[in-house]
Design a protein around this ligand. Structure first.
Ligand code: UD1
Length: 422
């Protein structure tokens, strides 16, 4: 397994290009299953999670070609000859469950493995299942697999989600595009990735209103056609790299960044004393004079502060002036980065879903272990500002969500290199 070695040094300066959103792309790719005609995604990120989704779609009979060094994914689901999403692929990535809704809508049946336990919490699929059942699907759990069928086709219904789940909204939305009649999703997730999916589905001929609000209305159509769609900017990669100059000092312009993707996060940066300026190419971030101020954070569904930026924000708070309280409300076990940051000299107490961080003057390099995707990058951010050398082990998590991280941060002046593992 590869490791990343970081030597803490001075301020970071320059420009960094933000990729297309991993989480949008992982929902957009299964949309190919809804149509016999080709779907092409541009601005796709080059990540191992995208390769996993490619593997899954190919196993179902879709053709997926990665073009222009992975920036374009050209897909065709003309012949789907398998309707079983196998455990061996699904267990690698929870987003694999997003093939359930589209397969059910197009083929009338689907067998999809449950994703199984995940490091950051239980993450059940009850909301996906109830939503699809409301559309007329019959779903049974057998041997770890969800066996879903809709022998008479799906039928529009009014669904109210108990929680604004991103994945459940996406699965139900995709299924509803081909259901008969009107579907209403109340308490729908409002993330930009939902809006992006709705845009792509609309380009394929779907009739959708209200994406981005808590009520989405879909008029089912008989068939969807082909389309070409650009993937929205990755707001989590954006937020992560906005934190690089915040932690290390300096000034970095994140190309392609937009405030509306990271509004709640920018408010917290402002409170902490970090300046964010809109430019014609993106967002320019700089640390004002002096130490960062401690701020409190509560994670919430969009437009609130994203759980996927909580670990990185904690890295910033480790050297802030004062005490900050970070409350995690989306996942029950998402502080695994805290003990690793503590190994680097941070002062953090975790009680249930709350972490209290007492800022210290400076962190010190140490060997640390990456436990999940966002935790991995939080350790890299912390290491860039720490004194001495940090070795981040088990970085395969990082490659799931950040393309060419050493190159991107290296270009800003960070001392960061990958050591290939056996
Ligand atoms: C997506 C993102 C992930 C992000 C998360 C929350 C993708 C590929 N992943 O994950 O990076 O951290 O949104 O913003 O887009 N839940 C249930 N029952 C369900 C579904 C979810 O109880 O049927 C719970 C989960 O356990 C979790 C919470 O709802 O506690 C949020 O999950 P959800 O919004 O569904 O996240 P994902 O779509 O899995």
């Amino acid at each position: 397994m590869d490791s990343i070695i970081v030597r803490g040094n001075g301020p970071l300066n320059g420009q960094i290009a933000i990729a297309g959103a991993k989480n949008a792309c992982l929902a957009l790719m299964p949309a190919t299953l809804l149509s016999e005609e080709p779907l092409t995604l541009t601005n796709a990120p080059r990540l191992s999670d995208i390769k996993t989704m490619t593997e899954l779609l190919s196993s179902l009979g879709a053709e997926v070609s990665s073009l222009q060094d992975g920036k374009v994914q050209a897909m065709s689901s003309h012949n789907l000859d398998n309707h079983v999403a196998d455990y061996d692929i699904v267990r690698k990535m929870r987003a694999s469950n997003l093939v359930l809704g589209p397969m059910l809508a197009r083929l009338g049946h689907a067998v999809v493995s449950l994703p199984g336990g995940c490091a950051i919490g239980a993450r059940p699929m009850d909301l996906h299942i109830h939503g699809l059942e409301a559309l007329g699907a019959e779903i049974e759990l057998k041997d770890g697999y969800l066996h879903a069928k809709a022998p008479r086709g799906l039928k529009g219904a009014e669904i109210t989600l108990g929680f604004a789940s991103v994945g459940a909204t996406e699965n139900i939305l995709m299924a509803a595009t081909l259901a008969k009649g009107t579907t209403i999703i109340n308490n729908a997730a409002r993330e930009p990735e939902i809006v992006d999916l709705a845009k792509c589905l609309s380009a394929m001929g779907a009739q959708i209103e209200g994406a981005g609000s808590e009520r989405i209305e879909v008029q089912g159509v008989d068939r969807l056609h082909g389309a070409t769609h650009p993937v929205v900017t990755d707001r989590i990669e954006l937020g992560t790299y906005m934190l690089a100059p915040a932690i290390c000092g300096g000034e970095v312009e994140c190309l392609g960044g937009r405030i509306e993707l990271v509004g709640a996060f920018c408010e917290k940066l402002d409170e902490a004393g970090i300046s964010v300026e809109e430019t014609d190419k993106g967002l320019k971030v700089a640390r004002r004079n002096g130490r960062v101020k401690a701020v409190d954070v509560v994670t919430e569904p969009f437009p609130g502060f994203p759980t996927d930026l909580q670990a990185q924000m904690m890295a910033l708070m480790c050297t802030a002036e004062g005490t900050s309280v970070l409350e995690e409300r989306i996942f029950e076990n998402r502080f695994m980065h805290a003990p690793e940051l503590t190994r680097m000299g941070a002062n953090i107490e975790v009680h249930g879903g709350t972490a209290t961080v007492h800022g210290v003057e400076r962190l010190k390099g140490a060997p640390v272990m990456a436990t999940d995707l966002r935790a991995s990058v939080s350790l890299i951010l912390a290491a860039m500002a720490a004194e001495g050398e940090t070795i981040v082990n088990r970085v395969y998590h990082l490659d799931r969500g950040y393309e060419r991280v050493e190159e991107k941060l290296g270009n800003l002046g960070a001392h960061i290199e990958r050591v290939k593992g056996g």
